[in-house]
Design a protein around this ligand. Structure first.
Ligand code: ZN
Length: 301
């Protein structure tokens, strides 16, 4: 069970968020820059996200009255402005997800800042001012945490330190962490992408989604937070989304749930954390300043 269950708005039993990372074809360009422009199959697989899946997902959200969060790399905003404008027009949140899906651990910090700001410019061009961030491949670094605080961001959604949202404090300030988990990420069950090193056995829709729905059952029982991290080109495919739609209809009509954007969840956590008897957990960063000393000694000897 959860030791510090959060009181959700309207006494809902469980908070819920489906977040979609619309990476489109940024993945092939960042991983195979020499000839990605001529690799048409992975480009088409990525383009399916903004061009086919996002309109389908937005239709469902509109019909069910849901407002949810998307995370979109800046380059994808430039390539597919209509998809992002439709998200914003539907009242959804669009968060920061790098510029070309660059992994923060693979670039010097000065370069990372350039990517970060280039992405901010892309958001600004569609009238968006993101306050939430998710690192590509979850690979956030302490430097990016510090940058988010410096740039006035409210929350991060890249870490896995709890089942429910918590606060992260540094000497410079605080962020809300809206945690993720591989168990509710659609990459392991549904991605098959040899070009970027994933040779996964693709699961049947009911099997892959079934794992996510079991996660929901546990969170609903414990009064927790069910958070899925999906990709339009994976879970937005026809058969998978058909099952998600049916499941959402059932849950919304029979369960006491609060579906919200991560921005709304962030605001609720901050409000709860400000109360005198708050149950919101606080984590302190940085975790470590250096590698464990035993490693440093080995490298010297
Ligand atoms: Zn991504």
């Amino acid at each position: 069970m959860i030791r510090n269950p959060i009181k959700w708005p309207n006494n809902a039993r469980c908070a819920c968020a489906i977040t979609f990372d619309m990476d489109a074809d940024s993945l092939i360009h960042i991983s195979k820059p020499a000839d990605s422009h001529n690799r048409l199959y992975p480009i088409s697989m990525g383009k399916y996200g903004p061009e086919v899946a996002v309109p389908r997902i937005l239709d469902t959200y509109k019909r069910l009255g849901l407002k949810q969060s998307f995370f979109v790399p800046g380059w994808c905003i430039e390539q597919y402005p209509a998809a992002v404008e439709a998200m914003l027009a539907g009242g959804h949140e669009v968060g920061h997800h790098g510029y070309l899906h660059e992994d923060p651990t693979r670039h010097p910090h000065s370069e990372q800042i350039e990517w970060f700001d280039k992405a901010m410019e892309a958001h600004a061009r569609v009238g968006n001012s993101p306050k939430g961030y998710r690192a590509p491949v979850y690979n956030i670094t302490q430097g990016v945490i510090d940058l988010l605080i410096e740039r006035g961001f409210d929350y991060d959604s890249s870490l896995m330190g709890d089942d429910i949202p918590y606060m992260m404090d540094t000497d410079q300030g605080s962020l809300v962490e809206v945690p993720v988990h591989w168990g509710t990420d659609d990459w392991p069950p549904f991605a098959h992408y040899e070009e970027i090193g994933y040779m996964m056995p693709v699961k049947a829709p009911s099997v892959g989604l079934g794992a996510f729905f079991e996660e929901f059952d546990a969170h609903y029982t414990a009064g927790g937070f069910w958070h899925c991290i999906w990709h339009p080109f994976l879970t937005g495919r026809l058969a998978r989304w058909h099952q998600v739609e049916q499941w959402l209809e059932k849950i919304l009509s029979s369960h006491d749930v609060w579906f919200a954007t991560l921005g709304e969840i962030n605001a609720h956590i901050r409000e709860q954390a400000s109360q005198a008897e708050s149950v919101i957990r606080r984590d302190k960063l940085p975790y470590y300043e250096t590698p464990p000393s035993v490693i440093a000694k080995k490298e010297i000897s």
